[in-house]
Design a protein around this ligand. Sequence first.
Ligand code: NAD
Length: 430
Amino acid sequence: MPPVDEVTEERAPLEWETPLFHQAIAQFEQAVPYADVSDAIVERLSVPERSLIVAVPIKLDDGRRTVFPGYRVQHSSVLGPTKGGVRYDPHVSLGECAALSMWMTWKCALLRLPYGGAKGGIRCDPRALSLRELQAITRRFTAELLPVIGPQEDIPAPDMATDEQTMAWMMDTYSMQVGHAVPEIVTGKPISIGGSVFRAEATGAGVVMVVERACRRLDWDLAGQRCVVQGFGKVGAVAAQELHDRGAVVVAVSDVSGGLRDETGLDIPSLYAHALEHGHASLAEHEGEHVTNEELLELPCDILVLAALEEQVTGENAPRVKARMIAEGANGPTTLEADAVFAERGVPVLPDILTNAGGVTVSYFEWVQDLGRLFWDRDDIRSKLADKMGDAFDRVWELAEARGMTLRQAALVTGIREVAAALNDRGLYP
Ligand code: NAD
């Protein structure tokens, strides 16, 4: 794929070619030389399998009608149905979904889940929509996706600004169309309709399982480490709570409204309760010492957990980041330039496709439970998750050590090899 500035009229950009997609491709290309896969497979995996843009018309509360753009990209179905979140955000684009779907492919393969990657969303400002309007866009979006989703085709899940209520509306809309309840069409839904216990905490808990393993390998005691967490939503708030529970000192947290810091350690259980009551963008209203998100990233600390959104640490601010370890709870929060800065300084970056894989892993458990109509308890799920995350972490860490790569390269190589092997064995149709 040519760089954007080399695009000519004869070679117009493909619809998903955006900076974030270029980042996903650049990471892929950096990993490929270590993965030992053929050029034909590299070319095949550089392009998403299927990309869909839909119009999502709804009636607003004031009686006006409006149309939102909706997207779903399925990157690879070679290992099984595609799987990935649905986000509501003003920046959602086909390119963003394509990049995120590619990362989902590597993530599922790395965790040895029988899935490929997908991602979707609606370009909207979810905070400007009422509950009724959110329900309307969700149901209409689901109806527009009917030709391409299904329990054996593509299984949506929550992502930014979507939650178990969103999944319940999606499950209901799909079920009404086929004429019977199909809980396995989505994951991350309420327990009352086949959701899994521990799904809501899975991503944040998984982040801390990976951080804990990395500390052990580095001979650090997680208890007492000074941590900063950016993003205080479904991932960040749980990660902060899990760090706090293990005796780590969480010195700063933030959400989109701003951040709070306390050098002696924040009262995370009380902030968590505040976020549950007032939402995931309410820290600025909380009393305490306030910091901006820019300042927060540069605070002195041992472990920086990035759990908000992509492209937060860049070539520009990475030299000022003082953390001794970075954990990517969000997808794509560290740019390639920032990665290079941290590699040079020997700061380990626990990569997104490993570190935030707890969510999709427990989603897989949810799907399996729904298909089997047999449900496991919380302790069972937590321990199965710890086994899966630990196994993937060990494979990544050992490959990185053996081949002198970064943890991101090792995670990508591990995922890419699994997909490439399946593609090789299946061959080319027809
Ligand atoms: P969420 O909407 O529940 O929370 C996002 C949080 O980030 C909120 O607190 C929000 O206020 C904050 N935020 C938004 N913009 C910000 C900014 N500019 N600066 C600081 N904070 C900001 O979403 P989530 O589910 O927690 O997802 C967060 C990230 O984790 C996303 O990148 C998502 O793709 C990724 N992720 C989520 C899951 C999951 O299971 N929810 C799984 C894997 C990866």
